[in-house]
Design a protein around this ligand. Structure first.
Ligand code: SGN
Ligand code: CA
Length: 548
């Protein structure tokens, strides 16, 4: 009898054990199923002026716009350091450049940094990254990745894969990255787990080579000029005057404007930069004979016309011509990005994945599209400091909403970790955007901190740091010069006039100086670090590692 009682008791214990094990497991899975997927889409150098959800003057991006229609459009999203690899490091670590150490495109990324994908992966997320990273090392915390080496190529690019080493792909880079992404979603995604997917375009980075279907379409288009195309930088300091980002004087004729090298010789046009013809020969040299044939035909016609017109063109005509050429190729590149985004959004919808998925579209920074006569980025001024940001998350973000808070790329890590129910490391420096997503977070950030380092280097934008509030921008160019600039963001939207020495702004200036000093302390930046990074940069320069 005793034996029977014992075995009944044992069976009961085991049964309860199995039951609770199953319950815990199901709860785990239930939680996992409820945790949102995250699709992080980022392109390289995509200006908000070239997204129709922000501005319809230049082009149409119906698919990217869908994210804002179904979610939120951020009108004042900005970066902490407007340049490629540093921006990516800020995004992954949730820390400013001076703390994560990737201050410019040259310094190596310190792989002992903890990145949010590592934490997501540890918490049970499936993680994948496809496209441009630009770090010089492979990403940590990814179950799968396929990334372009360095800047990557537009046509028939090489790709570094986690599983099979380096491969050469045939086709157009934006379409290839989209296909790899769709293939992963279709065939490699683990339906048992939530996922984090980084879908990262190279386009529309310089030297702006669109897909065949788009250059044929865009090469005859005309675009409205920005009001400041012929800026002469009066009223501003040496940094604005001494940069090398001018469309007329610093853009390459072959590489950027696609004037064939032999035609440059014929017309007696000198290279703006020693790598001009070489870059062009290299990029089109990657094309296969069919791709090359269509390229030569289409751009050949443009070249013929240019040869006819060039002798009578004034400097002003040349500037206008270069702006049109620039926009044709830049916006042509964006057309493929937009199509790719559409395909990914369609896939999510068709596979019932869109309800529980956060979709983010952003760029690693903003970009000049002829404003102030410039291309490229780097400056604290709006076109490069601000970046596009569109986010949808059905059930959390109200469709068609707009937000004007100064959110930063610094905030992504903590946002994604909170969405996934993972605690953020205490040394991350951003703020989760989730209150904003939920329609709260009114006074999110009253001042943003910015610090750019890469100088002297290509485009010659001097080192500077500064504070940005809703109404003002105070900037210190501290190397090579020692100049302060103050801009009134409300009354001088194009940032044409430095009012630092205008007595009317004396009290504003004083207050901003104090606030900036406090921000430097808050974020643990300092003159000691500024000097240390200058010294380290000089060491790289001495080793011939800096590109001008
Ligand atoms: C290259 C480009 C520059 C660009 C940097 C950094 N020149 O050097 O125009 O500013 O990359 O860009 S190119 O003729 O080689 O294209 S970043 O996006 O990687 O920071
Ligand atoms: Ca970039």
């Amino acid at each position: 009898m005793k034996k029977i009682t014992l075995s009944i008791a044992a069976v009961a214990v085991i049964a309860i054990g199995i039951f609770s094990f199953k319950q815990v497991n199901e709860k785990k899975r239930g939680n996992a199923a409820r945790r949102p997927n995250i699709v992080f889409i980022m392109s390289d150098d995509h200006a908000y002026q070239a997204i129709s959800a922000y501005d319809t003057r230049l082009t149409q991006t119906p698919n990217i716009d869908r994210i804002a229609k179904e979610g939120m459009l951020f009108t004042n999203a900005c970066v902490t350091n407007s340049i490629c690899a540093p921006s990516r490091a800020v995004i992954l670590t949730g820390k400013h450049s001076h703390l994560n150490g990737k201050i410019d495109n040259y310094f190596p990324f310190d792989t002992t940094n903890i990145t949010f994908p590592q934490l997501l992966q540890k918490s049970g997320y499936q993680t994948a990254m496809f496209g441009k990273l630009h770090f010089g090392n492979n990403p940590k915390g990814f179950d799968e990745f396929q990334i372009l080496p360095d800047q990557g190529d537009y046509y028939n690019p090489d790709i570094i894969t986690k599983k099979a080493g380096k491969k050469k792909l045939m086709g157009y880079v934006t379409d290839l990255i989209t296909d790899i992404t769709l293939n992963w979603l279709q065939n490699e995604r683990d339906p048992e787990k939530p996922f984090f997917l980084a879908y990262l375009h190279k386009a529309p980075h310089r030297e702006w080579l669109p897909a065949e279907r788009h250059y044929k379409e865009f090469i005859s288009k005309k675009f409205p000029e920005p009001a400041t195309l012929f800026d002469n930088y009066e009223g501003r300091g040496r940094a604005s005057k001494e940069q090398e980002m001018n469309l007329l004087t610093h853009m390459n004729w072959a590489g950027d404007s696609k004037i064939f090298p032999e035609n440059m010789d014929k017309l007696g046009i000198k290279e703006s930069h020693a790598y001009d013809k070489r870059n062009y020969t290299y990029t089109v040299g990657r094309m296969n004979p069919d791709q090359r044939k269509t390229w030569d035909e289409t751009y050949g016609k443009m070249n013929e016309e240019f040869i006819k017109n060039y002798p009578s063109m004034t400097e002003k005509d040349k500037m206008k011509w270069r702006y049109q050429r620039y926009m044709q190729d830049y916006l042509g590149c964006i057309a493929s990005v937009d199509e790719g985004v559409g395909k990914v959004l369609d896939f999510l919808k068709k596979n019932n994945l869109d309800e529980n998925t956060i979709v983010v579209y952003t760029s690693d920074q903003g970009f000049y599209l002829g404003e102030h006569g410039w291309f490229d980025k780097r400056f604290i001024f709006d076109e490069s400091f601000k970046t596009p940001l569109l986010v949808k998350w059905p059930g959390v973000i109200k469709a068609g909403s707009k937000n004007s808070q100064m959110v930063q790329n610094l905030d992504f890590a903590q946002t994604f970790l909170e969405a996934a129910g993972v605690k953020s490391p205490s040394d991350m420096q951003g703020e989760s955007l989730i209150p904003i997503f939920k329609g709260k977070g009114k006074n999110f950030r009253d001042a943003a901190y910015y610090h750019y380092y890469e100088y002297p280097s290509v485009h010659m934008v001097k080192r500077h740091y500064g504070i940005i509030t809703e109404k003002y921008k105070l900037v210190h160019f501290y190397y090579d010069v020692d100049e302060w600039e103050l801009y009134d963001r409300v009354n001088d939207k194009n940032e044409m006039k430095n009012v630092y020495n205008d007595p009317k702004y004396a009290s504003v200036k004083k207050e901003l100086h104090q606030k900036l000093a406090a921000l430097r302390v808050k974020y643990k930046d300092s003159e000691t670090l500024d000097k240390m990074y200058i010294e380290k940069y000089k060491e790289l320069e001495a080793k011939g590692k800096i590109f001008r």
